[in-house]
Design a protein around this ligand. Structure first.
Ligand code: NAD
Length: 348
């Protein structure tokens, strides 16, 4: 049986990627909608065969507890709202898939993890790159040792933002986003460095370049560049910005080869190229619907047939690193220790 998803928040990602992704999914389907905009929800419900009584608003959200059509609740709201709706969904007895960044504070992440434990339900963070063929192949090749030791990871995650777009306005609000570009796009590079190297940073240093006279950056930083130091000696250079041209890319420099994903984290059209090592040239991989695969994965986690690759603890680790980066920025690039002993539970 296909498991039923309720989408909470019907903005750009839900409408553009998740509604189509649930149509393409093998073991999951869209069965309910949660929105503050009745007309929008009704329009999306009618276009997708969702029953009128499966549309909820935020005030009536907790009634999902009595709706057997909903197995999994997917939180697709502004970042500062993830914790509240995740915890309410878990209390309603539902499993939760929550968008990145997991929350806007480590304390909120910890409360979400505790709520999943208390409710005995699954909590997965929607790190789509863990379900994307080019990223998975990069991980596999680096782990195989065929290029020797990985020594340097470079990640750049950026785009131009526009205050007049409501979807960007909350991303430029410090309270709603938890950190502008860093929380929105930088988290791909933070998470990426960790899964590409399969180890955790022990130190971070970071600097920002922000024009406070630009109305977009009154509250949040624009460009942040950071460095992670890993126990193996490897270094990661990361950057993120909401004020430069778009990019989502990584390079992994190993002793005998360089792996480049450019683009490496787009919704589609990603690449993986090998330079200077075994199998030089482009790596040919299928361009799948990574959202469908991710939502199918969550359904299989609920069925108990696959491991939880991106649990709440993975989201918490990145939020703690976001906080450490912002601390270092506030201290003008001072070293912040991040060796709190986290280890990823599962490496694909
Ligand atoms: P969006 O602004 O397009 O949609 C957010 C929705 O939340 C809107 O429908 C809005 O009406 C609703 N909302 C409810 N309360 C709100 C409030 N107080 N302020 C503003 N909006 C409110 O955003 P989006 O791009 O769909 O992003 C939603 C979440 O998904 C974010 O956490 C984001 O980080 C994440 N996201 C992930 C990916 C990915 O590739 N995994 C891509 C885009 C967004």
């Amino acid at each position: 049986k296909k498991l039923g998803y309720a989408l909470v928040g019907l903005g750009k990602l839900s409408q553009g990627q998740l509604v189509p992704g649930l149509k393409a999914a093998r073991g999951a389907k869209l069965t309910a909608l949660v929105s503050g905009d009745k007309a929008k929800a009704t329009r999306i419900a009618e276009a997708n065969g969702i029953a009128a009584d499966a549309i909820y608003d935020y005030a009536g959200f907790d009634r999902i507890a009595n709706d057997a059509r909903i197995d999994i609740v997917y939180i697709v709201l502004p970042n500062s709202m993830h914790a509240e709706y995740t915890i309410r969904a878990l209390k309603a007895g539902k499993h939760v898939l929550c968008e990145k960044p997991m929350a806007t504070s480590a304390a909120d992440c910890e409360a979400m993890i505790a709520a999943a434990r208390n409710a005995d339900r699954k909590l997965m963070i929607a790190y789509r790159c863990h379900y994307e063929p080019h990223n998975l192949e990069a991980m596999r090749r680096i782990r195989s040792g065929q290029y020797g030791k990985p020594k340097l990871v470079v990640t750049d995650m950026s785009r131009q933002s526009t205050l007049s777009d409501p979807s960007d306005a909350w991303r430029l609000d410090a309270k709603l986003s938890g950190g502008g570009a860093l929380a929105d796009m930088g988290v791909y590079g933070i998470n990426g460095a960790r899964y590409l190297l399969n180890e955790e940073p022990v130190e971070v240093r970071a600097w920002a370049q922000t024009d406070r006279s630009d109305p977009r950056f009154r509250e949040v930083e624009d460009l942040i560049a950071w460095q992670f130091k890993f126990p193996s000696g490897a270094i990661a250079n990361g950057s993120t910005s909401f004020g430069v041209v778009g990019a989502m890319r990584f390079d992994v420099y190993c002793e005998r080869g360089r792996l480049r994903g450019d683009p490496g984290a787009y919704y589609g059209g990603n690449r993986l190229d090998v330079f200077g090592g075994p199998g030089q040239g482009p790596v040919e991989l299928p361009d799948i619907d990574q959202f469908a695969r991710e939502m199918d994965w969550m359904a299989d986690v609920v069925r108990g047939t696959v491991p939880l690759v991106t649990p709440g603890e993975e989201g918490l680790q990145d939020v703690r690193l976001i906080e450490a980066i912002l601390q270092s920025v506030a201290k003008g690039g001072a070293t912040v220790k991040t060796d709190w002993g986290y280890k990823r539970a599962f490496d694909p």
